[in-house]
Design a protein around this ligand. Structure first.
Ligand SMILES: *[C@@H]1O[C@H](CO)[C@@H](O)[C@H](O)[C@H]1NC(C)=O
Ligand SMILES: *[C@@H]1O[C@H](CO)[C@@H](O)[C@H](O)[C@H]1NC(C)=O
Ligand SMILES: *[C@@H]1O[C@H](CO)[C@@H](O)[C@H](O)[C@H]1NC(C)=O
Ligand SMILES: *[C@@H]1O[C@H](CO)[C@@H](O)[C@H](O)[C@H]1NC(C)=O
Ligand SMILES: *[C@@H]1O[C@H](CO)[C@@H](O)[C@H](O)[C@H]1NC(C)=O
Ligand SMILES: *[C@@H]1O[C@H](CO)[C@@H](O)[C@H](O)[C@H]1NC(C)=O
Ligand SMILES: *[C@@H]1O[C@H](CO)[C@@H](O)[C@H](O)[C@H]1NC(C)=O
Ligand SMILES: *[C@@H]1O[C@H](CO)[C@@H](O)[C@H](O)[C@H]1NC(C)=O
Ligand SMILES: *[C@@H]1O[C@H](CO)[C@@H](O)[C@H](O)[C@H]1NC(C)=O
Length: 843
């Protein structure tokens, strides 16, 4: 009994102590007013309880500072310090609104040691710690006028929501200055900020010396940070506000991919910048990026006119002089001291004399972090960037950088780096003799070669004309080298089947080579390509229905006459589809090449394409759930075959509802391989200059940077799932305030109302969970970041298993880039006659 009484007393005492602590010394509040002072031991809490302001001592130090840190995160993570240069030596300090209206830190003797130092009006000012971690001083009666805010006076940390000013007329903005050491918040040697001159970039300085730079901002990414190409969540990341302030300033902001993530950028006392994210499970900060981290990222590591090669073959970046240059101090260079850099082998002429015929030339370097100190020239139509450079004797290089425009470099070329992925080209100016000898010789040589080629061509044309009957066989069965490459390993005999009867007698399923049809037979089967036989307009040609002898129906795709651009797609399609056999891929039955005609013949799909059903008010009703489910499964299996199970790894690149054809049993078949690409098995992604595809289905990294991989197909597939289940189009989606179906799906899902996305015309669903699972998988497939999307193998598993636990999708934000205005919703980017390159890609 006595013992339990003692316990009780102890508990009560503890409880009272705790209460006392809460009331007396550890009081928390949400704002500071004239009457409410924050003393050492009190704290100010932000809305949402994310940040906390109060007094602290750094590790190993007894000095007291006023700072802001993340509430509930251990160890304490300081993001801002007020009196970093004037610490208090005891616990008697306070933070209050002074008589002059400023927010001040005072010591025990009532002396001000730190002040916001503005000139506020004196009517009842208050200081509030906002949800973003911003400490703001304003008048209580007019909350729109901020007298002062900590986001405009940061210390070493950049938080999402902060705006960093970019204004050339105000000079470099070295906004962030790290601590002197881990236990001393006073300003250290380093600084980080914006170099606004020329092309805008982020720079880390040590004193006045540059230690790192991000490379120019191209309005989507910093071009010198190739991780931004690979990680592909740059869709969020940094943004530059577009309409300038009245004083001409624009601002960098940062948009996190997930609003709930706690993120911060911080420059450490040793001059290293880190991007950190709070890992809620491990309860520690995960580092997302560290700069500079590799040898090559150190500023001008290889000296002037020299390139640091950032290959995974080397641990510590290899230096080499650029073409036409040699080490300035060869002895030092060979010893590994690259600081002397390189010098020209042959100096430039740059003579204005009329007789100086030998103009300087250029040689391109690819995949580069462009040199520092470039200037951006807004050039008039009649002159090219190259001419601007040539006319300026001090110009050493030029390049038209996508997203920036014409850049020229008139100082020494410093801090160049070669990337394995991404980067830009740079044209280096060299003396004519470096470019490949004397021009005259080349002209003569070219003339001779040209004449010879012309003769050869004439001969070829004559030969072809003479034997024109065989041309089509040559094309389809023999000539295409790439096709031959694929077939080389197979033991097969080339059969030329030109008569239709032979084609029909032959069981095509096992014929490895492609039968050819005569143009006349195709023309008569389609009633001379008549309008009533027209089935539709495909990506690169018009599709007709053809009735061949024996009553056999086939689909005939006729490529638009003279279009050269269609030819590549034509060959591609023959090459790929003839080799692929899967019940969810459309079969190519033959081809026809005569004169200018290029025709492909496919199996006929009586039910046309999926979009005709899905986006048609009346037909949509006939697509009951079971059918939609089978269609989703069929497409998934077809895609898995392309990505993994066929002998080639194939990326389709233009998966969309109109490319899904339906046979008479409504089984889906993927069609239109004009844009598909074959990958090596070891290759994971590729980059293309020609971004072709259909907006609404294109993955962010493909649309923005031209990077495609099987995951970009997965993205398109995800859009398809959502469209099939909801019966609405992704791009022209007009659901409330959401700009895309993907965004709408996420918002419903996050509110637990996923069911509402299901197409209301679906009468009965035996198992609603099946549809919800489809939506969930669709959302996973359309994640912004490649790494968060599953591959087709996992997609099929997820679709088919009833029980498995699916990962949580993150909020998609990609559709928001439609706001940038470049992209017309629902516009097909590529058509037969005009391949428009809407997205310019850096390569
Ligand atoms: C602060 O105190 C003064 C006088 O003590 C009082 O008139 C005023 O209302 C108080 N203000 C607030 C916000 O409590
Ligand atoms: C704190 O002091 C101890 C002992 O002097 C030292 O080992 C440790 O590195 C110091 N920590 C920091 C953060 O300075
Ligand atoms: C500090 O100043 C306030 C008013 O300005 C006054 O009420 C207080 O007594 C002073 N404290 C000390 C220790 O002087
Ligand atoms: C964070 O915690 C995880 C799991 O405990 C651990 O693997 C990881 O190394 C930690 N990271 C850091 C930066 O401490
Ligand atoms: C960089 O190194 C890789 C691997 O050795 C090499 O293939 C590449 O050509 C080098 N690039 C440059 C610009 O030196
Ligand atoms: C590196 O080379 C430069 C230029 O030749 C020279 O000035 C410098 O002293 C050298 N540094 C070292 C450490 O050898
Ligand atoms: C170009 O410069 C080189 C070396 O500076 C010189 O030898 C040559 O004569 C010059 N050529 C012309 C056409 O000016
Ligand atoms: C472009 O042309 C206009 C008129 O011809 C001229 O005023 C302007 O300075 C030119 N701009 C540049 C960058 O040369
Ligand atoms: C490298 O180029 C910079 C910028 O033009 C220049 O200041 C520096 O002196 C150059 N360094 C050498 C070793 O020539």
């Amino acid at each position: 009994m006595a013992e339990s009484n003692r316990d009780l007393t102890l508990v009560t005492t503890l409880f009272i102590l705790l209460q006392l602590c809460r009331i007396v010394s550890c009081s928390t509040s949400t704002l500071i007013t004239r009457n409410l002072t924050i003393r050492d031991g009190d704290s100010l809490i932000s809305e949402g309880e994310i940040f906390e302001l109060g007094f602290f001592s750094p590790k190993n130090s007894t000095l007291r500072y006023v700072g802001i840190w993340f509430k509930n995160i251990e160890p304490r993570t300081i993001v801002w310090v007020a009196n970093r240069e004037t610490p208090l030596s005891d616990h008697n300090g306070a933070l209050k609104i002074a008589d002059d209206g400023n927010l001040v830190v005072v010591n025990g003797q009532n002396n001000t040691v730190w002040s916001t130092n503005v000139h506020p009006k004196l009517n009842n000012n208050v200081a509030v710690l906002l949800e973003t971690g911003d400490l703001v001083l304003y008048s209580d009666s007019d909350r729109d006028t901020k007298y002062w805010e900590s986001f405009n006076n940061p210390t070493d940390t950049f938080l999402p929501g902060m705006r960093v000013r970019v204004n050339p007329s105000m000079g470099e903005n070295r906004a962030f200055i790290p601590w002197k050491s881990e236990s001393d918040p006073s300003p250290g040697r380093y600084s980080m900020g914006i170099d606004p001159f020329g092309a805008i970039e982020i720079v880390i300085w040590e004193g006045e010396t540059r230690k790192w730079r991000s490379g120019p901002w191209n309005s989507a990414i910093f071009t010198g940070v190739p991780d931004m190409f690979r990680v592909t969540n740059y869709i969020h990341g940094f943004k530059l506000s577009s309409p300038p302030d009245p004083d001409g300033s624009v601002f960098f902001t940062y948009v996190p991919s997930n609003k709930d993530d706690l993120l911060r950028f911080r420059i450490r006392f040793d001059g290293i910048v880190e991007q950190l994210m709070w890992n809620r499970d491990a309860r520690n900060w995960t580092s997302l990026q560290v700069k500079p981290s590799k040898e090559c990222e150190k500023y001008n590591r290889c000296g002037n006119y020299s390139v640091c090669n950032d290959s995974k073959d080397f641990d510590s970046g290899k230096c080499s002089c650029i073409f036409g240059f040699e080490p300035a101090y060869r002895n030092q260079w060979n010893k590994g001291n690259f600081s002397g850099g390189c010098k020209r082998r042959v100096s430039l002429n740059c003579s204005q004399s009329l007789f100086a015929k030998k103009e300087d030339g250029f040689r391109v370097l690819k995949g580069m972090k462009v040199p520092d100190f470039g200037s951006v020239v807004s050039i008039n139509n009649s002159e090219t960037c190259k001419d601007v450079c040539l006319r300026d004797c001090s110009c050493n290089a030029y390049e038209v950088v996508p997203g920036i425009g014409c850049m020229i470099w008139t100082r020494d070329l410093v801090d160049m780096e070669h990337f394995e992925y991404g980067g830009n080209n740079v044209n280096i100016r060299l003396a004519a003799s470096e470019i490949g000898g004397k021009k005259e010789i080349w002209i003569i040589l070219f003339s001779i070669v040209g004449a010879f080629m012309l003769g050869l061509c004439c001969l070829c044309i004559w030969v072809l004309w003479k034997f024109r009957k065989n041309v089509k066989d040559i094309f389809c069965n023999k000539e295409d080298n790439a096709l031959l490459d694929i077939r080389k390993n197979r033991d097969y005999s080339v059969k030329s089947l030109s008569s239709l009867n032979e084609v029909l007698v032959e069981d095509q399923v096992d014929t490895p080579d492609l039968p050819t049809f005569s143009f006349n037979s195709v023309a008569s089967a389609t009633g001379d390509f008549s309008e009533e036989n027209k089935l539709g307009q495909g990506g690169f040609g018009t599709v007709y229905k053809g009735k061949f002898s024996g009553g056999r129906e086939m689909a005939v795709k006729r490529l638009s006459g003279k279009s050269k651009q269609g030819l590549e797609e034509f060959k591609n399609e023959i090459l790929l589809i003839a080799k692929l056999q899967h019940r969810n891929l459309v079969r190519l039955l033959g081809c026809c090449i005569e004169n200018d005609e290029k025709i492909l013949i496919y199996e006929y799909m009586p039910n046309n394409s999926l979009d005709r059903f899905l986006f048609d008010e009346s037909k949509r009703m006939s697509l009951e759930w079971r059918k939609r489910w089978d269609i989703i499964g069929g497409i998934a299996r077809g895609l898995l075959y392309l990505h993994r199970d066929s002998r080639l790894k194939i990326i389709h690149r233009d998966l969309k509802a109109s490319n899904i054809l339906l046979d008479k049993e409504m089984k889906p078949k993927i069609s239109d391989f004009g844009m598909a690409r074959i990958f090596n098995y070891r290759q994971d992604q590729a980059n293309t200059i020609r971004v072709v595809g259909t907006y609404g289905y294109m993955a962010p990294e493909y649309a923005m940077e031209g990077m495609f991989s099987e995951k970009s197909d997965v993205y398109s597939f995800g859009v398809l799932i959502l469209e099939i289940v909801s019966g609405s189009k992704n791009v022209s989606f007009r659901g409330s305030e959401h700009r895309s179906l993907i965004g709408y799906a996420w918002s419903l899902w996050s509110q637990g109302k996923t069911k509402e996305l299901i197409d209301p015309t679906i009468k009965e669903i035996r198992d609603v969970n099946e549809a919800i699972r489809c939506i969930h998988v669709g959302m996973l497939c359309t994640q912004d970041s490649v790494i968060h999307r599953p591959n087709m193998g996992s997609v099929l598993l997820m679709l088919e298993s009833q029980t498995s636990h699916l990962p949580r999708p993150r909020q998609p934000t990609f559709h928001s880039f439609l706001n940038f205005g470049e992209i017309v919703e629902g516009k097909e980017v590529a058509t037969v006659n005009d391949i428009t390159l809407t997205t310019v890609v850096g390569r």
